[in-house]
Design a protein around this ligand. Structure first.
Ligand SMILES: [Cu+2]
Length: 461
């Protein structure tokens, strides 16, 4: 990394080496890429990874790790096609790494050590520079191993919103808000089959329990855009906004071909949903988890219309309904020239009191296969979930398109995502074009599953 020379030292007599370094830096700014220039100027953003006592409700603190002493971390608002630089300081006692989820980055920047991104040592400062694409709702989060340590990895507060504004932005709303759903204070408990799974007793929206902190203030007659992220380490969430319907316009930050109103949303870990709300029902409402015990643990936020007062109101939706296909257009026929890659998900009971091991095509990471991709080739991933758990699987550095949600089901197009929930005992097919050479990680986004072997790498020829 190039360092900028301080002005003070050059006044007192610059050494030849310093002078040369300065000239080289100045010359590179004219001749080299804007990414390199970005490394020499002040960074656009700074992230400090450090311990935090997070107040989730009045006088109730959780010890965690966060970015810039806040949960979620700062909103990183970037512009499509414009390079940015972000300085990261690790003030914790263990190595860390930041993954830029949903962006098309080189493997050395993407933020997965399995792809070759360097870890950030305790006390180390590093800087990343990139030109963000694609436009839309992305996020950033830690990508470390946690095992049974609930003070590490995605069990912590290390997550934040990243939004890439498109070059031309048609504003279709008056106000926007970003909301992150998270579960806290986990412990491993034995399920009926004897395997260990995380359970939580605190749940939050933007790091606070329902009723603690400021409500989201809105005005009647306006359109509200909500960017909702499930940053939970392991849990799927269902949310609803009492008194309102939610027009789903984008999934994982990518506009869907069929925007459609929904009574409630389902978000698997790492998924994002963008909705537009017509603010046409003045009052004090709750946006929250529809399952009472999770809303009771804190997962909710008050939506307050200007001029309204009273106790926040909740209305229980009739049924849990969510179907990715509702936002897709029908696909007439399967593409040819596509290479199929079957990926079979299975668990291996590892003994009572132990977490299951996870396998893709019969092997656990790092023994999993590393299929070779060819640049420009279209691939069809056939996820065959033979286990009794649902898995939110994530492909790094690429976007895929949903093709089929069950074996022999309708063919779909127009829903582009980077995470898809593959329910137990089903087969889901997605397609993507290999267009970003470099090591590419594929894994289940549930922290306890990826830690127990549910990961594999694709490599490019
Ligand atoms: Cu999983």
């Amino acid at each position: 990394m190039l360092k900028r020379e301080s002005g003070a030292s050059s006044h007192r007599g610059t050494t030849r080496r310093e002078f040369l370094r300065g000239s080289v830096a100045a010359a590179s700014c004219m001749a080299l890429t804007s990414e390199l220039c970005a490394q020499q100027a002040d960074p656009d953003y700074k992230l400090e990874i450090a311990p935090l006592k997070l107040e989730v409700r009045a006088n109730h603190f959780l010890e965690t790790i966060a970015y810039n002493q806040q949960v979620p971390g700062p909103l990183l608002r970037l512009r499509e096609g414009r390079s940015t630089s972000i300085e990261i300081v690790n003030q914790t006692k263990h190595s860390e790494i930041v993954h830029w989820h949903g962006l098309f980055l080189p493997p050395e920047v993407d933020g997965a050590m399995e792809e070759g991104t360097p870890m950030i040592s305790p006390g180390q400062t590093t800087r990343v520079a990139f030109t963000p694409e694609p436009a839309g709702f992305r996020w950033y989060h830690t990508h470390t191993f946690a095992g049974t340590n609930f003070k590490l990895g995605q069990y912590t507060g290390q997550h934040g919103f990243l939004f890439v504004d498109p070059k031309d932005n048609p504003a279709r709303y008056d106000q926007e808000a970003f909301l992150a759903l998270h579960d806290w204070h986990g412990q491993m408990l034995a399920a009926n089959d004897g395997s260990m799974n995380p359970v939580y007793d605190v749940a939050t929206v933007n790091g606070r329990c329902l009723g603690f902190g400021e409500p989201l203030r809105v005005k009647a007659g306006q359109k509200l855009m909500l960017h909702i992220l499930n940053s939970s380490p392991t849990e799927v969430h269902w949310v609803s906004l009492a008194g309102h319907r939610l027009l789903v316009v984008a999934l994982d930050g990518n506009e869907v071909s069929q925007p459609r109103a929904a009574e409630m949303l389902r978000l698997a870990p790492a998924e994002r949903v963008c909705v537009i709300v017509e603010l046409d029902n003045p009052g004090i409402w709750i946006l929250g988890e529809v399952r009472k015990h999770i809303q009771g643990a804190g997962m909710g936020i008050v939506i307050e219309y200007a001029g309204s007062s009273g106790v926040p109101q909740w209305r229980q939706p009739a049924a849990l309904v969510w179907d990715y296909a509702a936002f897709a257009a029908p696909l007439e026929q399967l593409g040819t020239e596509v290479i199929e890659v079957p990926l079979v998900f299975q668990s291996k009971f590892a003994g009572h009191g132990t977490m299951d091991h996870w396998m893709v095509n019969g092997k656990s990471y790092p023994q999993t296969d590393t299929p070779t991709l060819h640049n420009g080739q279209r691939y069809r991933l056939l996820f065959q979930n033979q286990s009794t758990d649902d898995h939110p699987v994530h492909l790094h550095r690429h976007t895929f398109e949903l093709l089929r949600l069950t074996m022999g089901g309708n063919l779909l197009r127009g829903v582009h995502k980077d995470v898809v929930l593959v329910p137990a005992k089903t087969e889901v097919a997605v397609e993507f074009t290999a267009n970003n050479p470099g090591s590419t990680l594929f894994h289940c986004h549930q922290q306890n599953h990826m830690d127990a072997g549910f990961m594999m790498l694709f490599r490019y020829a």
